[in-house]
Design a protein around this ligand. Structure first.
Ligand code: SF4
Ligand code: SF4
Length: 375
């Protein structure tokens, strides 16, 4: 394993971090505990020492699972545990304290190494300041309950600059991959964090898995330059090449993902000039396609009509990438109409939760109309 040391934080984090958001699940959407426990053990065996979770992941089951499979079975001092406070639920300090206590109970621990305010944006930052959550997080650090404090971020670069200018943060977590580098303004955010001297945790290096399966043109380009690497390994390598990164979180969903990511990161030796040009060419190909930038994070799953927009968007993107309409058409044909876009009541819950700022209510109707036209 490759490690990144940070002298100010006094940390030595594995460059590959374990994300707690995309564990394998059974038919009822429950975490496949046996397989995920093996994945955790395999990662630890290979030297992975950074494990990330959040209150809301896996319908609020991710923290409890880590409590059992990670904290309960491995030496607590041998790994870093990262957890996130759901700012959309913490509307006052009493609620903040209640959720925090519940998180510690679920995790079976009395300290968190990296504590994050989850999915910070302008609105949540202003609210967190007003309520007192930012001071509360600092107080918990002074008490030794949180070792390092930071936030995960989903908004515009200027908002990141504002938040990082507000006070000293130990670290921050941003979305970054070769596609988002300029399309999602990740480069600008990376430069801002570097300017402030704040180390980064990277999320979505493979963009919710979508960069594992790029379209044929991108695939051919990759084969010409790095025939020995899979598209996922090429995506991870882009991020591994950057300075100022503490760890790269990968939401691994099976043992093969864990194995492949361990090999990619542990054997990474830097990028050639030709590889850097390859990423630019891949972005050009992606830019020419009208893809919907959904990462399947499922934050929008609180839809009162149980519309699964990530399924619609993934199947739409599959159609655009491979000219194959079957998955989209079959989904719309076979799914209960009560949970398809015409049932949308325009409550905008989904759009308020979407970190990619997708105009979901409008886009699902377009995707639905397209599916109908393809039947
Ligand atoms: S706007 Fe429509 S799709 Fe979005 S949460 Fe409300 S009902 Fe669901
Ligand atoms: S639509 Fe937005 S919130 Fe929903 S899964 Fe996609 S990226 Fe996540």
């Amino acid at each position: 394993m490759i490690y990144r040391t940070d002298d100010k934080l006094k940390t030595k984090t594995s460059l590959l971090g374990f994300g707690g958001m995309r564990f394998p699940v059974d038919a009822d959407d429950k975490i496949d505990e046996a397989q995920t426990t093996k994945m955790i053990d395999m990662a630890i065996e290979a030297g992975v020492n950074y494990f990330d979770t959040a209150y809301s992941y896996h319908n609020e089951q991710s923290e409890s699972f880590y409590g059992k499979a990670l904290v309960g079975r491995h030496d607590r001092s041998s790994f870093y545990l990262a957890d996130k406070l759901p700012l959309w639920f913490t509307t006052d300090m009493q609620k903040t304290q209640e959720i925090f206590e519940e998180q510690m109970r679920r995790l079976q621990t009395d300290y968190v190494d990296f504590h994050l305010l989850h999915a910070m944006n302008k609105e949540r930052f202003d609210q967190a300041k007003e309520i007192g959550i930012i001071d509360w997080q600092e107080d918990k650090k002074k008490e030794g309950v949180f070792t390092h404090v930071g936030f995960s971020f989903h908004d515009k670069p200027e908002v990141l600059d504002e938040i990082l200018s507000y006070k000293h943060w130990d670290f921050c977590q941003i979305q970054l991959n070769y596609l988002d580098w300029d399309i999602y303004q990740s480069k600008e955010m990376y430069d801002i964090a570097r300017k402030h001297g704040v180390p980064l945790i990277i999320m979505e290096p493979i963009r919710g898995g979508s960069l594992s399966n790029p379209n044929d043109k991108v695939r051919e380009l990759f084969k010409e330059v790095r025939p020995d690497l899979t598209p996922s390994a090429i995506a991870l390598s882009f991020v591994a090449n950057l300075d100022g990164i503490l760890t790269i979180l990968s939401g691994m969903s099976n043992l093969q993902h864990v194995q492949e990511n361990i090999v990619t990161i542990s054997q990474f030796q830097g990028l050639t000039k030709e590889e850097e040009v390859m990423y630019e060419k891949a972005r050009e190909i992606f830019r020419s396609l009208p893809l919907i930038p959904c990462t399947s994070c499922k934050y929008c799953s609180e839809c009162p009509m149980d519309i699964e927009m990530w399924e619609l968007f993934n199947k739409y993107n599959h159609y655009i990438s491979y000219n194959d309409p079957k998955p989209l058409v079959n989904y719309v044909k076979k799914h209960d109409p009560a949970h398809l876009p015409p049932a949308c009541i325009k409550c905008y819950t989904c759009e308020n939760l979407c970190p990619q700022h997708i105009e979901i209510t409008e886009e699902i109707q377009k995707v639905y109309a397209l599916a109908e036209s393809l039947m």
